[in-house]
Design a protein around this ligand. Sequence first.
Ligand SMILES: [Zn+2]
Length: 485
Amino acid sequence: MSLLDKATGNFWIDNGLVMLHQVLRGGNLPEDVNSVVQRIVQRIYVETGKTAEYLDSQTQQIKTYKKRNWKEPIGLFISVVDQVPKQKVGDKEYYTRPPEPRIAIQPAGNQRCDFCGEKGKVVSAKLYLFPFVIDPNKFANFYSHARRGLKMCARCAVAGFAAFESWLWRRQGKTFHFFLFHTDLDRLHALHNSLIAQIQLSESTSGGNFEAPFFGEYPFENLFALLLRLFEWLHHREPEGELDPILAELTGACPVAGNPIVIYAISGIDSGKSFSMRALNQFDRFQPFYRLYKSWLEGLAGLSATPPHQALIQVFRQFQHRRQQSTETLWREQICRAILQQADPAPTVERFLYEVSTDTRKPAVYGTREVLHIYLREVMKMDEKLLNILSGFGYHLGSQAADKQEMGLLYALRNAKNLDQFMEVLNQIQFTLGLTINPELLRVEPGERIAGAPWNRVKTLLAIHAMNAYLRKQQGSTTTEGGEQ
Ligand SMILES: [Zn+2]
């Protein structure tokens, strides 16, 4: 039986089966699974570039050996220690041989494997065979067996150990983000060859094993960054017709031909010696999100000299704030989360402009309005005409407020808590700044809607465009971002 013949349905073990299939070059798992374990050890237990000394017990000579360690961050999940005898020479103690990781799988008894369901000899799951078997209370549905300890057959155990080479990961300080794809085994195999292996760096950096356009300590911003990286890669190859069927499926050029492709995104903290999982999210909406990505690129093309993908990245990168020693990225996290969950990111953009941008005195970067509008139009189904009225009126409002030093009006607008208060502020704007309000904005409909949209979304967008124009004016910029009608 080929390793790819029978999936377990568990994303970790299935990724491991794909890795094993590669390690064994399509061959079958031999009877002696520990020979395969050793082959995997050789791949992931690597020289650190440092040396140390040991005492050769046969010759009684002190020799040098190259120190090795687990490739980062695999060591977080492996706590196997080698008890090497030591010997004293003078005042100093030496190992009597270089230490080696003693990983061995010794199945015994006759029980059902919790992953593939086969009955036979099993081992108890260890972190280095199944690293995410932690905190079962928090993820009870996901790991329903975790309380009594998981049993694994030899095939699933070796696969579990091989799976470390399949992930994409990022690190920010003590926080780690792991990404694993999942679908049917043959499709996962194809995806590994044509996408994951292409994105993975051959040498990981301290920040991770793929290039991310931005990063932070929260889960959704990192998942979003990974998707942008994947889409950038796919988009480059799409016009040349270089996409395999499995990749064409991600872009929507081919229909889904099997179980949908899912990304599991796991975030957690290095708590001293081990890993403490904080979040587990899934994403499978590749096709609609890729369509949105392409609309963004189209909307940003020609707006400035910056290539559209770069411009898009700058828009998302801006939602962070440096405080003392660290960079807070909570706003970006909330915006990315809203977009990935098809919710409204505008309230967070508003909060960022009023709480951070007023402090840094920086208006939103070029393209912010386009990215927000395209999203609101295509995903939230907002009327384009209304969007243009709001950005046009917001622009005049913000510019006038800057000229007349009326920032308080903008805060009053932002703080409007209900439709009545909002109408009152519009009235005040009319009076104080001498601006005529577009009648569309006064067209209140049943359900507290204005021109077809919820009143608070109208208020939020107006507040965003007004503050942005205010900051731009203050900055003395001559640009007209904000869109004069
Ligand atoms: Zn099994």
